[in-house]
Ligand binder design. Structure first.
Ligand SMILES: [Zn+2]
Length: 90
């Protein structure tokens, strides 16, 4: 299973989470500046961050949520973040 992220500047193909199989993966493009530019273009991206939080489990009594795993990956660009994530999941 994998998810194609298309709302990024460069589409990314990400494998599902190795722990929970989840595909709720957030990609954040960190830009040098978040304010709009006069020319309407966007500021350059300096890191691409991939965040995922595993679905929360319950303890043996079915009560309290067990602290779920989370994966945070950061790359210089889309390709390196994607590669780091997919390497982590194999
Ligand atoms: Zn997960």
């Amino acid at each position: 299973m994998e998810v194609i992220v298309t709302d990024t500047e460069v589409p990314m193909k990400l494998k599902c989470c190795p722990f929970c199989g989840g595909l709720n993966i957030d990609v954040r493009e960190n830009r040098t500046n978040n304010t709009p530019r006069m020319d309407g273009k966007r500021w350059p991206i300096f890191t691409v961050q991939i965040d995922h939080h595993c679905a929360r489990g319950v303890d043996v009594n079915g009560n309290y949520p067990v602290l779920a795993s989370a994966i945070h990956i950061r790359g210089r660009d889309h390709k390196s973040a994607e590669a780091a994530w997919n390497k982590r999941t194999t």
